[in-house]
Design a protein around this ligand. Structure first.
Ligand SMILES: [Ca+2]
Ligand SMILES: [Ca+2]
Ligand SMILES: [Ca+2]
Length: 499
């Protein structure tokens, strides 16, 4: 029993720290092996109540893959990997095992093999005006299946759905969103919607933070969004709330025992690849998980280097059995770094506040009121987003980028909205700048940030799939600009950073 408890704490710690650290897309190239397998690499996972008008009873789940796509990367451009199984998983019983799975598999075809080009060519007039235009020379289709835990029980929700081509430029893909983006949003028989394709990378962060926390600014502005101008590959599905809950019903209230669900996304590959003499490849064997992502930044900053590849292969069911991460969680390295770099006092270990915020979920309490992200838990830590589907969404105009820390109980760490500034939230939480640790809930601990507070490409769409259309290839990437010097008056200098 004691051993189980310790394991649980370890897993929880993972969770907590996980949400606690800044990174590029919250998880890209975070582990040695997946950093060399981009097309199976999860970057961010989101789960939130739909805010599009008329969609009050729905939940939107988004899994992004394939990090830092340069929009002009043609002529093949970025598309999903036909040999990867992409999945979004839901645990609604609290045991870390998936109870509902949405599975996506892709098939790529070619219209014309006798062109030197790739995704587009001149089969007709050279303009891709629709998803079925013959000039869309390498169209990709996909199948969506839903299962309740066991693959043999998988049901096909839709198949033969086309992904849009890349946003190549105004000559080949004019009026991109009207002609190709929105037409790739499909209705599902369950009343939901689905989309798969390129989108703007909405995750915003100043990666100067990885230069030993050398932030240009710790305020609302003054940073540079390092992902500006890049695209990502998005799988988005909107489903009725009751498809996710353990009772199969709409929860009676935010404190109902079926109100919370765990959400994470994975990518899996077959165990065997044979490269043929003619260059073609044969894939065989069972699918094996090579990437996972629930909370942002867990594998980046909490899991030790030697375990990062293994973590990508694990189910949340097993998280609580990794003793090596216990100390890393209850005494997170990032907190020590923040203390050293900024000369601030952080809460001493063990960081039970972080365990509560990020690992075990937040119970109903005087600080957050009705917010509630705990399960009827089995007492063991499981790392994934926790979404209370019974908490109504905050209208986009009223959302607070700091989520719960900003008094917006519909935001992170209650699920994760695309809009949420998880970098600032994580920095403040690790520094102890939250109401859960009153002694350190002071400036600058509770004002830390990376100086980037919104996506420079613009606000979210007011409709599914919410993410903006992809940046187009025939233009300079908007981030190609000189970076301003860091303001030396900003919090303590990092000159003494010598860890
Ligand atoms: Ca379960
Ligand atoms: Ca962006
Ligand atoms: Ca920020």
């Amino acid at each position: 029993m004691k051993k189980q408890l310790i394991s649980g704490i370890a897993g929880l710690a993972i969770l907590l720290s996980s949400s606690a650290i800044p990174a590029i897309a919250s998880s890209h190239a975070e582990a040695p092996l997946i950093s060399m397998d981009r097309f199976a690499d999860n970057t961010d996972t989101y789960a939130f109540r739909s805010v599009e008008p008329g969609r009050a009873g729905f939940v939107t789940l988004i899994a992004n893959y394939i990090p830092l796509q340069e929009p002009s990367g043609g002529p093949q451009y970025f598309r999903f990997d036909d040999t990867v199984r992409y999945e979004i998983k839901i645990d609604n019983t609290g045991d870390g095992q998936e109870d509902v799975v949405y599975e996506f598999e892709f098939v790529t075809t070619r219209v014309n093999n006798n062109t030197v080009l790739g995704q587009s060519t001149v089969n007709q007039d050279g303009v891709i005006g629709s998803l079925t235009d013959p000039d869309y020379n390498i169209p990709q289709t996909y199948r969506v299946r839903r299962s309740t835990g066991k693959e043999e029980r998988a049901v096909v929700l839709a198949s033969g759905l086309r992904t849009p081509p890349a946003n190549i430029g105004p000559r080949v893909t004019p009026n991109y969103e009207a002609n190709l983006g929105q037409p790739a949003v499909y209705n599902l028989p369950n009343g939901g919607k689905v989309f798969a394709g390129n989108r703007d990378e909405y995750f915003y962060i100043d990666l100067g933070v990885f230069d030993a926390l050398n932030l240009r600014s710790v305020g609302m502005s003054g940073g540079i969004d390092s992902t500006k101008g890049y695209n990502v590959s998005t799988i988005a599905i909107e489903v009725p709330m009751q498809e996710l809950t353990r009772t199969g019903a709409v929860p009676a209230s935010p404190t109902a025992p079926d109100a919370v669900v765990g959400v994470w996304a994975t990518a899996s590959r077959r165990t065997t690849r044979v490269i043929q003499p003619d260059g073609s490849r044969i894939e065989a064997g069972d699918f094996r998980q090579v990437s996972r992502l629930g909370n942002p930044l867990v594998n980046e900053v909490v899991i030790p280097l030697g375990l990062k590849d293994a973590f990508n292969s694990l189910s949340p069911f097993s998280d609580g059995t990794i003793p090596q991460v216990v100390q890393a969680v209850t005494d997170p390295e990032l907190a020590r770094l923040l203390a050293a770099v900024y000369g601030i006092t952080v809460p001493p270990p063990p960081r039970n506040d972080l365990v509560s915020i990020f690992a075990t979920g937040i119970p109903v309490n005087p600080i957050t009121g009705p917010n509630y992200t705990t399960f009827l838990s089995d007492g063991i830590a499981h790392e994934y987003l926790r979404l209370n589907v019974a908490i109504p969404p905050t209208p986009i105009a009223n959302q607070n980028r700091l989520g719960l820390l900003g008094g917006d109980v519909a935001g992170f760490p209650n699920g994760r909205r695309v809009f949420d500034d998880v970098t600032d939230i994580a920095l403040r939480a690790v520094a102890g700048g939250t109401p859960f640790t009153p002694a350190t809930n002071i400036a600058p601990n509770n004002t830390l940030g990376d100086g980037v507070s919104s996506n420079p490409e613009g606000p979210l769409l007011m409709r599914f799939p919410y993410l903006l259309p992809p940046n187009q290839g025939n233009q300079p990437r908007t981030a190609n600009q000189q970076r301003p010097e860091r303001d030396p008056s900003i919090i303590p200098t990092v000159d003494s950073f010598g860890l």
